[in-house]
Write a protein that binds this ligand. Structure first.
Ligand SMILES: Cc1ncc(COP(=O)(O)O)c(C=O)c1O
Length: 381
């Protein structure tokens, strides 16, 4: 086994010394004044996020999971079917279940890791209330305008689970703003973080004001103990808002850096004989490169390859976007249908290369050299 001074990690979470000082000063302030939840920093974070996403409203929440559930509760999916991609995180579907709906799984588009208008048409029934699109890896499919038009024509709402897609755009339009609402996650591994947290964006005034009610235990307002709806504790605390507000100031530069490293990978891997095939975003998509997924040739053992890359080159490709589609998890196997082959294939056959804003030329060169070595030794088919 080769010895490497320091591995190339799959991701890194960056807060500079100045960021940390800014954050701790303000956490000290809210600890001193006792305004620890639903305060001015949450409001500032909401205002900044709305402005940057081109949405009229943003509502900060405790997580991307709670953002989704709040949206679905406001839309009222009780007893209704909601179309959800099979290739997504558990929370997309469990939010539907928690809000009283029934997730119906859609197959994937191998070109974009999203889904297609045709697949939505195949899965629609009179009981369908709406469609959830997930921008896997930060890629916004160029089918979004057609999907939005289809939903509008059929009287369905469109919700984007944009947990991966901070600052991703399609033809200048931000992820999260194609339908009635979008949901973001600030889980630590995301493109930006608030440690834990989520955000709803919407242009719909009614949804925006309604979403604040379940977020805070269904109370008519923060200062009233009158519960007018069923909700939960889905508030964002002020320390979380402070972290998110600061990290958000770096979002554009972090995405620019990710796009720079992605372009370096592209130059070496797209259309070449490296043995792996990047899933390139459509031309109109300004992707944030939350992940840089590549497809492996058939027959390559992904686990063995990852182990070899780490052992021989110190290159850690830790996580897939999703290793299995939802219906292959025991908790959701009841959602399985026989027509989800593309999602199964995508989940089983892709690999994510290291990707984070503070990568270096040396990191990229080491990843590419490792892949070239794997190719040379016949490990990539
Ligand atoms: C696609 C998707 N949806 C929802 C979530 C849930 O977000 P959170 O972890 O903030 O609850 C995630 C986060 O991992 C996600 O990747």
């Amino acid at each position: 086994m080769a010895v490497h001074p320091s591995p190339v990690p799959p991701i890194r979470i960056d807060f500079s010394a100045e960021d940390r000082r800014w954050i701790t000063e303000r956490i000290d302030e809210v600890l001193a004044n006792g305004q620890l939840t639903l305060g001015k920093y949450g409001e500032q974070f909401e205002a900044e996020f709305a402005r940057a996403s081109g949405a009229r409203h943003a509502i900060a929440t405790s997580s991307g999971t709670s953002s989704l559930e709040i949206i679905l509760r406001v839309l009222d999916v009780v007893g209704r079917d909601v179309l959800v991609p099979a290739d997504t995180f558990m929370a997309t579907a469990t939010a539907v279940l928690a809000a009283g709906g029934r997730p119906v799984l859609m197959d994937s588009d191998p070109r974009t890791m999203s889904t297609t208008r045709e697949e939505i048409l195949r899965k629609l029934t009179p009981n369908t209330a709406g469609v959830m699109i997930v921008h896997i890896a930060g890629i916004v499919t160029d089918a979004m305008p057609d999907i939005a038009a289809l939903c509008q024509a059929r009287g369905l709402w469109l919700v984007e689970d944009a947990a991966h897609a901070h600052a991703s755009r399609l033809a200048g339009r931000h992820a999260g703003t194609f339908g009635i609402a979008g949901s973001f996650s600030f889980y630590p591994t995301k493109v930006m973080t608030s440690a834990e947290g989520g955000m709803i964006v919407t242009d719909d005034d009614h949804l925006a004001s309604e979403a604040r009610i379940p977020r805070d235990q269904g109370k008519a307002s923060f200062h009233q103990n009158l519960h007018v709806r069923i909700g939960s504790n889905w508030r964002m605390s002020e320390p979380h808002a402070i972290i998110g507000l600061r990290h958000h100031t770096h979002l554009d530069e972090m995405v620019a850096a990710r796009r720079h490293w992605a372009a370096r990978y592209d130059a070496a891997l797209l259309g070449t004989d490296h043995g792996v095939c990047p899933i390139a975003p459509p031309a109109a998509c300004h992707a944030n490169y939350y992940k840089y997924p590549v497809m492996l040739p058939d027959g390559v053992d992904r686990q063995a390859l990852k182990h070899w890359l780490r052992a021989e080159h110190g290159v850690i490709c830790a996580g897939e976007v999703y290793e299995k589609p939802l219906h292959q998890h025991p908790a959701l196997e009841h959602l399985a249908t026989p027509d989800l082959a593309q999602a199964e294939y995508l989940c089983a056959r892709h690999l994510c290369l290291p990707m984070f804003a503070s990568m270096t030329e040396d990191d990229v060169a080491r990843v590419l050299a490792a892949l070239a070595d794997a190719r040379g030794r016949g490990l990539l088919g």
